[in-house]
Ligand binder design. Sequence first.
Ligand code: ZN
Length: 510
Amino acid sequence: MISSGFLLRPCKNFIKQSYKHNWIKPDGFETGIQVYNCITEGKTPLILKNKQLITWYTCGPTVYDTSHIGHACCYVKLDVIQRILKSYFKYNIVMVMNITDIDDKIIYKANQTNTLYKDVATRYEKEFLKDLQDLGVTEPNIILRVTENIELIIDFIKKLEDGGQAYKAKDNSVYFDVKHYNNYGKLQNIGDQMIQQEQNDFKKSSADFALWKGSKKGEPFWHSPWGTGRPGWHIECSALASHILGSNIDIHAGGLDLRFPHHENEEAQSCAYHKTNQWVNYWLHTGHLHLKSAEKMSKSLKNTISIQEMLKIATPDVFRLSCLMSHYRSNVEYSKELLETAENLLKVYKNLLNSCDDYKKGYLKATINTEILTQALNDAYDNIHRSLCDDFDTPAVIKCLNDLVSVTNSMLHATVSSNSDGGLYTVMGVANFVSNTLSMFGINFESKTHTSQDFTEIMDILNTFRQNVRLIGVANKDQEVLKLCDNVRIRLRHLGIDIKDHAKASSWSR
Ligand SMILES: [Zn+2]
């Protein structure tokens, strides 16, 4: 669950230096990538268990309401990292996600709306998956629902109880015994005695957390060795992720607010279950999304904007670019200005690709300094590689792209009368590089080169005809002919086709 407004936090009055938990450097294959590690509180090399395969688990949503742009930001940022690993570094990622389809909030919503909890969950799961699709987020390979896997969750808890790591309390709930696990607090680098979780009278210690919740009157329940009840929230991810990905996972991801208590608890109970000191090798956490001059966006604060509302004013590419403009670990300050900045930047890239196309077709005359442009292209390649290896630093990548675009534009738009020899392959090299880099992030332009062949040919014929008629009009100073040409240009603009008149030619773009 992401950005749920979970309010439990570690106590603040701890001496941080007193508790240094060890991160165990995995045995395996170096990737050349450095990632931020919340346990060491610094960047560490990303080492994979398998040469080419990455096992990845992302915490999915609690499906009780419409997803908001805070969720969108988290899932788009994680999608970008996965695309970098897949498309740029050529790794094969197996991605697993859970759907929390039974939870206090779902039951509350069902009671409020006088519907079945299952109907609430089904409705919002469908919405969530459509939101991901609309945002261009790649669907996980495997999605597991809690209610379809109750047996394996019970087995997981039973093994913890048998191993002395969990106990049944008088409220018929089962709690994880934090005192019997000696590495609690490692994701925050604090000690277990400093951590308090949800208070109740039945737990041995305030740090303990529920694995199984004894049923309350009127709530959905399942039978278990401890009586009727349902799983706690944290246990589902440990049981489901372990079921598919085993006792050691490369990457586990989610929003920053999941680090405590959710991920801390997941790691603790999974290490206890697998009898290991490290279940997850790398925890990736995305920053929060804030409204400008507001607190974090969450349902509890009643200041949410739904994904579909946002998509009415921004395309998925614009939103994705606005996410790329900040580091995945940084908070995003959402505003209309942010979307406008991303939209304008997207136009800059589109215009560059169109100008490269115009240059190729001879509509645009330019003197290309091949040596300088090739050097700029090589620099961009090296700098972008370095930035991607440095904890997936997408804002640095965007800056490199912008520098390259700026150098290319300065050459393409300097006034000259003929094209220079040897410039075309360099210009096309820049166009390919910019387009491929954005495409690697999941931004694909529907440029002229990507439209259907028929449409392109028809537009070329229409453009050439209009261009010749217009040149006759200009030569004869025939205002009526020029007005007719202008009308065609205006009407095509309404269809999203932009005609540009140059001194001796006209060009078109979508
Ligand atoms: Zn989880």
